[in-house]
Design a protein. Structure first.
Length: 334
């Protein structure tokens, strides 16, 4: 992702104390970091990993983690790091259009950079490609004004176990229950009690549906994405299911031990395949499970997660194989 920052460094005139860089991209060069610090660029991100990457290097007042708002972008020059999901990107463009007449958008060419102009056509009067380098493109977008914007109004819902779950834009499987989670929920034995962690919770459907079945469960939901965390919070309130919700990079910010860790682990980071989440989970689970604790995860059938799990657990079993997925249970961490 550092290539998009390298392209922006060719346009230093855009990088002023009035500039907000909006997006999710945690890999950057020392040169980019120096410019952010010197020019006091505002970093606004919904990704906890991106926020963490900047922390300790620049003043914390320059970093905003959470759902971006109209007030945060008022009177700012906004540079959007185009996200992978086109509908989410278009929602961000509409947010920016509530406060600005123009914004700038940058992306890798194989992650939507070449087609930003056409993707923004519905929300702009004109689009201009300003530069192209390092297999990335930078665009200037003259925006059509938007008078009202509300993230909640852009949410989509799906139903599971007679309950409606809201997903905000950008959340995994926006507006539907993904097939992997469906297989997990159909076959996972519902714990009656104990402490349960829903890791990478998304909308919160796993942890909340288990809390619904077993009210005495103590449930913790975690994710790195602010839109996921807000979706989970809204669903918890709407369904009157009290749970703890917090941001964490995997298990790194998690305290205490659990009887159950449940996850549908991500294996994509932007456009790239990334197995680090699952690999770290297997290595670190011992410090977060009670003696007889269980780690349950759903994975695409072609991924060799059970082999990695066997390096850290004495007992690993594929419980179900269905619809291209496998449900794995790991116990007795070494």
């Amino acid at each position: 992702m550092s290539a998009v920052y390298d392209l922006l460094l060719r346009h230093i005139d855009l990088l002023t104390p009035k500039t907000t860089v909006l997006g999710s991209a945690k890999d950057f060069s020392g040169e980019w970091l120096s410019v952010v610090k010197k020019n006091e660029l505002q970093i606004n991100t919904w990704d906890w990993l991106t926020a963490q990457a900047y922390q300790g290097h620049i003043d914390n007042k320059l970093i905003t983690f959470g759902l971006p708002t109209t007030d945060q972008l008022q009177d700012r020059t906004v540079i959007l790091l185009w996200p992978k999901a086109k509908p989410f990107a278009q929602a961000l463009i509409q947010l920016i259009a509530t406060t600005a007449k123009r914004c700038y958008v940058v992306a890798a060419n194989d992650a939507g950079g070449k087609s930003i102009g056409s993707a923004c056509k519905e929300f702009s009067s004109s689009t201009t490609k300003l530069d192209s380098a390092r297999h990335c493109s930078l665009w200037s977008i003259d925006l059509t004004p938007v008078t009202k914007f509300n993230w909640l109004a852009m949410g989509r819902s799906f139903k599971w176990d007679a309950a409606d779950y809201l997903t905000l834009p950008g959340v995994f499987s926006h507006g539907s229950l993904d097939s992997g989670t469906s297989v997990l929920l159909e076959h996972l034995p519902a714990p009656a009690h104990g402490r349960l962690l829903d890791l990478g919770c998304g909308s919160g459907v796993i942890g909340l549906s288990l809390k619904k079945r077993s009210p005495s469960l103590e449930v913790v939901l975690t994710d790195v994405d602010a839109f996921a965390l807000r979706s989970a919070q809204l669903n918890s309130m709407r369904l009157a299911l009290p749970v703890e919700i917090l941001h964490s990079d995997g298990l790194t910010s998690i305290d205490g031990r659990f009887d159950f860790i449940i996850t549908n682990p991500p294996f994509h980071q932007g456009k790239n395949t990334d197995y680090q989440f699952a690999q770290n989970l297997f290595k670190q689970a011992k410090q977060h499970l009670v003696k007889d604790g269980q780690l349950w995860l759903i994975a695409n059938r072609h991924l060799g997660y059970e082999e990695w799990a066997q390096e850290a657990f004495d007992h690993v079993e594929v419980m179900v194989q269905e619809k291209g997925f496998k449900l794995i249970c790991a116990q007795e961490p070494r």
